[in-house]
Write a protein that binds this ligand. Structure first.
Ligand SMILES: [Ca+2]
Length: 220
C-alpha cells in the first residue's frame, strides 16, 4: 500500500502535469458576470451583458434575460429571437493589458430547445483611444444542439503588435451571435482569458498583417 508521502507526491505530479497540459488553467476570467449568476431573479435582463438585434435593415433591440435553466441547477442567460430578427447578439467590451506573445481564448457553454444551425463566437481587438477598430478578429461558426456543450475560439494578438500599436490599452469586444431560424439560445459559464500564444504564429504574422486582416481562421 502506498504511504501517505507517496500518495501526496503522486497528487503533486498529477497537478504539475495537468498545469503543463493546460497553461490556461486558473487564468483570470476577464468577463463580467461570466456565469450569469448576478442579478435579482429569473426574467430580468442579464447584468453586464448588452443585447441587440438586426431586422435586415435596422439595428433593433433584443432580449437577454436570466433563466433558471442553467448548468447544474444554476442560472443561465437566455437570448430570444423575435420573428423580425435576422440575428441577435450579446456582447461585452473588455479593456485588457496584454503582451504580443499572448492570445485570447474565449469559451462558453450553450444549448437550445431546438438545434440551431448558426451561432458564431466573435472576438475583435479595438483601440478606442486611437479610434481604430477591428485591428484583429476571429469569427467561428457552430451548430448548437439540445445538450449543454462547450464551444471555444481563440485569437492571437501578435498581428496587432505588427502594426506598432501599444498593447497596454486595447479593448476586446466579445460577441455571441445567433441567427434565424433559431428562436432561443441558452448560454452559461463563459470565459475570456489571456493565454500564451503560439510563437510560430507570432513569427509568421510579424511582418505581413495589415489592419483589418483576420488574425486567426475559423474552425467551425
Ligand atoms: Ca450559471
Amino acid at each position: 500500500m502506498p504511504s501517505r508521502y507517496e500518495l501526496g507526491l503522486s497528487v503533486l505530479i498529477a497537478v504539475a502535469l495537468s498545469l503543463l497540459a493546460f497553461p490556461a488553467l486558473g487564468a483570470d476570467n476577464l468577463l463580467v458576470n461570466p456565469d450569469f449568476e448576478t442579478g435579482e431573479e429569473p426574467g430580468e435582463n442579464v447584468p453586464g451583458w448588452r443585447a441587440s438585434g438586426y431586422d435586415g435593415t435596422n439595428h433593433i433591440d433584443a432580449q437577454f434575460t436570466i433563466s433558471d435553466q442553467g448548468r447544474n441547477g444554476s442560472w443561465a442567460g437566455l437570448l430570444k429571437l423575435r420573428p423580425e430578427h435576422q440575428w441577435v447578439l450579446v456582447d461585452q467590451h473588455i479593456p485588457i493589458k496584454a503582451k504580443r506573445s499572448q492570445a485570447l481564448h474565449f469559451s462558453v457553454w450553450m444549448r437550445a430547445e431546438q438545434p440551431i444551425s448558426r451561432v458564431e463566437l466573435v472576438l475583435y481587438v479595438n483601440f478606442p483611444e486611437q479610434n481604430f477598430y477591428d485591428a484583429g478578429q476571429v469569427r467561428t461558426r457552430f451548430e448548437v444542439g439540445t445538450q449543454w456543450h462547450k464551444y471555444e475560439t481563440s485569437l492571437s494578438l501578435a498581428g496587432t503588435a505588427a502594426m506598432g500599436l501599444p498593447l497596454d490599452k486595447p479593448q476586446i469586444r466579445v460577441i455571441i451571435q445567433c441567427y434565424r431560424p433559431a428562436t432561443e439560445l441558452y448560454v452559461d459559464d463563459a470565459s475570456l482569458t489571456l493565454v500564451a500564444g503560439d510563437p510560430k504564429i507570432a513569427e509568421l504574422l510579424r511582418d505581413c498583417v495589415a489592419p483589418g486582416t483576420p488574425l486567426a481562421f475559423s474552425s467551425g
